[in-house]
Design a protein around this ligand. Structure first.
Ligand SMILES: [Zn+2]
Length: 421
């Protein structure tokens, strides 16, 4: 599109030079004009996303271990996120409060030992779905590796990380934080960008989901810059209690659904809950190393064909709107991602966009398809002691950064972004 805008001017300029109407001085001015016209605020904002800055926020979250809900380390992490949002200049910082009081969980029969070699399973039991290997490993769908949540403290070999995660959760009150970029012409409408800050597995919850949390925090920082203006509002939400069953995002939908679009106080121009235009979740952004091999092992390297998976749910009430939103994101990725492309799939599941999907267009961005890939053991760090800082390379972090480029550019376009001079 930038090229198309320039093209007519360049053709006219070339023609003018060819027939001798313009000298060198004038042609230089004409070029300057064309550059001003073609200045793309979205490209400029994408340029403000930096790998080192993204990694620094992930590392900041990792200092609280797995940030498991119902613990001191979780509460400290929520406080830290709030401080960062404030320092970034994000406005209207709020907490949403709810109670989480589940029945006690029965003890695990057979503890998972993720640090041991991962063994191959086959689909002879018929319960492994379409990604299961067939009898004798001959299926076209590839191999699976087992998945599950590690709850064994001693399975974490790093003593410092083990000690960070010693405290067990207690039932009781919970909170999660969000802040908002207020739109200048349509403050009563908003897109919600989300990620969950809680994790589990006796690790540092780097991929699941510091990678998504840091992405949303970085976008909050960039959109809150004093020179950035949008027509529509944007909310940045860092959900809690995702891992226990999407309880934080569900509490948000239950408490705030009815408040949409209401001006409060009356005639104040303020909308505590702008009407929802779309919900975009970011959950596990770094790891696309392909399927397990016949030995059940997954490569340590990011695969060359790694991509950002954008998913919507084909069984939701708003499938049409959600699919359109997903393809708007893909178009933005095609134009602005620097390293990895994006693909669209219809199986969004098991993440905080699910409670929204019958209320508003909802999608999730992820390293892999949640059902077919993550569920088939493509990521050995998922909920295991391997989800730690040292497990990931810059190729991995760059995949997360590309997802940030996708969301930043798509949302910038959808909210009518401008950069003030
Ligand atoms: Zn997650």
């Amino acid at each position: 599109m930038r090229i198309n805008n320039n093209t007519p001017k360049l053709i006219i300029l070339a023609a003018a030079i060819a027939i001798g109407f313009i000298d060198g001085h004038m042609s230089a001015n004409a070029q300057d004009d064309s550059q001003d016209d073609s200045r793309d605020p979205i490209l400029e904002l994408v340029g403000r996303l930096e790998l080192e800055s993204y990694k620094t926020v992930i590392q900041g979250l990792a200092q609280f271990g797995d940030r498991r809900q119902g613990t001191e380390r979780n509460r400290l992490a929520v406080d830290w996120i709030e401080e960062q949002l404030r320092a970034a200049g994000c406005s209207n910082i709020e907490r949403l409060h709810y109670e989480f009081n589940p029945e006690p969980r029965p003890p695990r029969q057979r503890p998972l030992q993720p640090t041991a070699p991962i063994e191959l399973t086959t689909s002879t039991g018929g319960n492994v779905g379409r990604n299961g290997s067939g009898p004798g490993g001959s299926s076209i769908y590839g191999y699976r590796a087992p998945t599950g949540v590690n709850r064994d403290l001693m399975a974490q070999p790093n003593e410092r990380i083990r000690e960070l995660n010693r405290e067990e959760p207690m039932n009781g009150p919970r909170s999660q934080v969000y802040c908002t970029k207020v739109g200048s012409t349509r403050p009563h409408e908003m897109y919600i960008l989300g990620a969950h800050m809680d994790g589990h597995g006796v690790n540092e919850a780097v991929n699941d989901d510091a990678s998504g949390t840091a992405l949303v925090m970085e976008l909050a920082r960039i959109f809150s810059s004093p020179d950035v203006e949008t027509d529509v509002s944007i909310r940045f939400a860092l959900w809690n209690n995702e891992e226990t069953g999407l309880n934080g995002s569900t509490a948000y939908v239950e408490q705030r659904r009815e408040l949409q679009g209401i001006e409060n106080p009356a005639n104040s121009g303020e909308y505590p809950e702008p009407s929802w235009l779309g919900m975009i979740q970011h959950d596990m952004m770094l790891w696309d190393h392909g399927a397990p091999g016949a030995d059940g092992e997954v490569s340590r390297d990011q695969r060359p064909e790694a991509d950002v998976n954008i998913e919507f749910q084909s069984n939701s009430d708003l499938v049409e709107e959600s699919m359109k939103l997903a393809f708007a994101f893909k178009a933005a990725a095609d134009e602005y991602n620097t390293d990895y492309p994006a693909t669209v799939g219809p199986h969004m599941t098991n993440t905080d966009s699910t409670p929204f999907m019958n209320e508003v267009a909802s999608i999730s961005l992820r390293e892999n398809e949640r059902g077919a890939h993550t569920g088939a053991g493509w990521n050995p760090t998922w909920h295991t002691p391997l989800d730690v800082w040292t497990m990931f390379s810059d190729d991995d972090f760059r995949l997360g950064l590309n997802a940030a480029q996708t969301t930043l550019s798509a949302i910038a376009k959808l909210t009518g972004v401008r950069i003030k001079n």
